[in-house]
Each structure stands twice: as C-alpha cells, then as structure tokens.
Design a protein around this ligand. Structure first.
Ligand SMILES: [Mg+2]
Length: 124
C-alpha cells in the first residue's frame, strides 16, 4: 500500500485539467487544481503538495514565474515541479532548467506517459 500524496495540477485549460485528473485517478493520490498561476502559487504555499504539474501559458502568472517564486520561497523551494509544455516552448527548456524545474512533459501526452512521469517523480 502506497502513501497517499498531494499533487497540484495548474492549467488554465479545463480539458487538460480533466485529462490529468482522469490519467492520475488510478494512482489514488489527492489531486488539487489551480486555474491560473496565482492560484497555483497560493495552493503550493498553503497545501505543500508532493508534486506540482505546471502549465507554461497561464493567466496572471505563467508557469515559469510560478516556478521562479516557488524556488525563492523556503516553503516550496524543494517541491518537485514538472512543466507541461507544448512543442513551441521547447526552446524554453534551458530557462526551466536554470529555474530549477525537475521534469518536462510535452503536450499532447498520453495518460500512460503522464502516469509514468508522475510515478517516477514521486518515487525519486
Ligand atoms: Mg495554458
């Protein structure tokens, strides 16, 4: 029996949030959702999730800004973060690395892809 973890997923696209939820349901962790970068940062600080999945393009704060703030705050500095990027954002991967991003997944992804990445990050 595995310990239940808290996973925060932040994406302004409702379909992506539903896809993530459906893909991760079988892992039986608690999933919390943010619809923009500001909410993502608030939830990261208040809920101390075990893993954060960040969309790059979001209103209020984009994913890179959320990551940058998280790494500056001691409460969230060590939380593993995976960025969900589109192919067009591949050029930004070096930026993500410099900001302390732990993993990337390119959209569109399959549910199995997402589960594999999440399980690896939670085990690692
Ligand atoms: Mg988006």
């Amino acid at each position: 029996m595995t310990t239940q973890r808290v996973i925060l997923t932040a994406d302004d696209n409702q379909q992506i949030r539903m896809l993530v939820k459906a893909a991760l349901r079988s892992l039986d962790h608690e999933l919390i959702e943010a619809i923009d970068g500001e909410e993502a940062l608030e939830l990261a600080l208040s809920r101390s999730p075990d893993l954060v999945l960040l969309d790059v393009t979001m209103p209020k704060l984009d994913g890179w800004e959320v990551l940058r703030f998280m790494r500056k705050r001691p409460e969230t500095a060590d939380i593993p973060v995976m960025m969900l990027t589109t192919a067009a954002q591949q050029a930004d991967l070096a930026l993500g690395e410099s900001l302390g991003c732990n993993d990337y997944l390119t959209k569109p992804f399959t549910p199995a892809d997402l589960r594999a990445h999440v399980e690896r990050m939670l085990d690692g």
